[in-house]
Design a protein around this ligand. Sequence first.
Ligand code: SAH
Ligand code: SF4
Ligand code: F3S
Length: 442
Amino acid sequence: MQSVHKNYHILTYGCQMNVRDSETISGLLEAKGYSAVDTPEEADIVVFNTCSVRHSAENRVFGKLGEIKKLKKANPELLIAFGGCMAQIPANQQRLKKTGVDILFGTHNIHELPQLIDEAIAMDTRIYRVWEKEGAITENVPSTRKQGLSAFVNIMYGCNNFCSYCIVPYTRGRERSRQPDDIVNEIKLLGEQGYKEITLLGQNVNSYGKGLPYEFDFADLLNKVSRIESIKRIRFMTSHPKDISDKLIHTIAGNKKLCEHIHMPLQAGSNNILKSMNRGYSREHYLELTRKVKDTIPGVAITSDLIVGFPGETEEDFRKTLEMVELVKFDAAFTFMYSVRSGTRAASMEDQVPLTEKKARLQRLNELQYNIAATINKSLIGSVEEVLVEGLSKTNPHMLTGRTRNNRILIFSGEKHLIGSFISVKITRSTTFSLFGEIVSD
Ligand code: SAH
Ligand code: SF4
Ligand code: F3S
């Protein structure tokens, strides 16, 4: 029989998709009578929600699993459930079967977790059930979001792009879009619960709607969602550069609720490498796109992901990445060393770049990007920004922190009662990564 008053703890790794999936896992467990606890030591079940995007991400998880298994020695009743992207990969499944977790589930059957727990307890056995392929989208699965102002909303799942370095299409399956009405209803409810800002999530939001039985694209979805009165700001990610349409750019420019920020990962600056990555655009196309975006959307922030040391990347190719970074002047960029993901096309490519070279290139890239970010931040001094006040600053708890429309974090002094409101803040000081300001009375 199922006992009540049990505790759960979730360890979440990876991207926003996983953050959102962990909210679903919380909702499912709470519907079963479990309560959230802050540490694994207090838990009756520890759930791993894992990421496979780079080798280092997987290593971190295996390290943590070792720690949690020690807890199980002290408390044999403790259940360890293991899910997320790592669980979808056959080699990991083999390893996990050997090292032993109690429950193994994948990205496609999260909604089955309560049932798997029941089976594991009732039969006192390990339950390993990972769906190899995605099923139909399951709607109305319970979920517990952290109380707050900003919420993630999935608009689609999976990816069809098969960039040659990337494991995501293998762990998340084929691309499929949620019905617009399901998305709108979820967001309306979030508005009623007090959320003011939403971020629409997809691996490539620009191809939203492709599988729907009628013509309805991402720009149409943005327009529909923006009519929800209670939601004041709409963000979205990620935008694949090959699918950013003029219609989308004009939609963002023409709708005040759509924040002026586009995360459009360039990945690499050389056409040879872009081709070998299977990205589907050239550096010239990317430059033209950013020019159009900047001309059409005043004050827009453009951010990127960049990979160094992709197989075959020469010094000359790498310099093309540096050159693009200087030309575009990204407001921020996440930079990574290429990591071999077994099963992807790039894993078997010749001319893998040695680790020492990858490290050196990463450092050179970061130096350049930090300089650019510092210069951009400095140029913002004196400007007044609309800020949604999010809470107390983590680094400076007697100050407030908030986010500008183009996704910059601003720190300023003010009364706590301002949390949750939109205010105007004048930027007075900047560092490479932070902006400080003063509230401007209207
Ligand atoms: N769907 C998104 C992001 C997916 S993963 C997109 O297309 O942009 C997030 C980032 O991780 C990628 O943009 C890429 O820069 C990086 N990444 C993915 N696979 C990687 C690998 N094998 N090695 C290093 N970085 C990788
Ligand atoms: Fe990976 Fe490319 Fe899909 Fe992004 S678009 S998830 S990088 S395959
Ligand atoms: Fe996200 Fe990592 Fe999976 S980046 S989609 S959790 S492999």
